[in-house]
Design a protein around this ligand. Structure first.
Ligand SMILES: [Zn+2]
Length: 281
């Protein structure tokens, strides 16, 4: 939970420990803030069996189920693509009877500026008359793009930027990686997070990538292929890792370099990545 600033954690802990819950929250902050991570933190505090309001205790059954995305009373909508009317109808069907095993049901809607007019009207109806014991957290980096009607139904909650040193520690812990050996990678990642809002979860070091199965590599290619601003810095950071090895693997380096070059043209980047990930790395 390094990505959630302490001030946000304290505010969330207070809301949950005092049981002063609203039915709808709008978590918003600029690029470099992790409002969906803050919403996850809220979920852990709400459902953790230990009730110590410290986020994921990593020990109780509820926290483990939330971590593996198998907790029935916490629903997170996909974080990319348009939020269409069908997405909202499916959600409405799922939540109409309230929580199944817990006292609350939490619905997280990341990047909620993605509603269409139709889906925004549909969700608004639900927010106006929410099913009993259902809590919504909508998150956004673009507060002004959220319809005023939704803003006015929500308790707004500002999420400040996460300090870069916390993001660095988060990635180092997650991937067992030490940025001190990779200064170029660190500065590229710093730039991406501060200016493009790249979430560290979309970053993988080459070392951690190389442990993925073929199926996981295909999924990774699919998840990052649309984000060209992210792809090239990612591949450059892998080059840095490979060139730090002794001896560096020149064949792998050359395949990465030719993929970086091909991304400059209007190519199908997903196919390019799949070819690189499966056949050459
Ligand atoms: Zn727990």
């Amino acid at each position: 939970m390094l990505l959630v600033p302490e001030s946000v954690k304290s505010a969330i802990n207070l809301i949950i420990s005092k049981n002063t819950l609203s039915s709808t929250y709008l978590f918003h902050g600029g690029l470099g803030s992790f409002s969906t991570k803050a919403a996850m933190y809220f979920g852990f505090c709400l459902f953790c069996n230990q009730q110590n309001f410290q986020g994921n205790c990593q020990a109780c059954s509820n926290c483990k189920k939330i971590e593996s995305e198998h907790f029935p009373d916490m629903i997170t909508l996909p974080n990319s693509g348009t939020l269409k009317i069908d997405n909202i109808r499916t959600l409405q069907d799922r939540i109409k009877y309230g929580p199944s095993n817990s006292s609350k049901l939490l619905v997280i809607i990341p990047n909620c500026e993605r509603f269409t007019t139709e889906s925004s009207n549909a969700i608004l109806k639900t927010l106006e008359e929410p099913p009993k014991n259902v809590i919504f957290i909508l998150t956004t980096h673009s507060w002004k793009s959220v319809p005023l009607t939704i803003q006015s139904r929500s308790q707004t909650f500002f999420i400040p930027k996460t300090p870069i040193k916390n993001i660095k520690s988060y990635i180092e812990d997650k991937y067992n990686f030490n940025f001190n050996s990779y200064p170029l990678t660190y500065s590229l990642l710093n730039y991406l997070i501060q200016h493009k809002g790249v979430c560290p979860d979309s970053y993988k070091s080459f070392f951690s990538f190389s442990k993925l199965s073929s199926h996981e590599r295909i999924l990774y290619a699919s998840s990052i292929s649309k984000d060209k601003l992210f792809l090239k810095p990612l591949l450059y950071s892998w080059l840095e890792e490979i060139q730090n090895e002794t001896p560096p693997n020149l064949s792998v380096s050359n395949h990465i370099i030719s993929t970086i070059k091909s991304l400059n043209y209007n190519v199908n980047s997903q196919l390019q990545l799949e070819n690189l990930f499966i056949n050459h790395l």
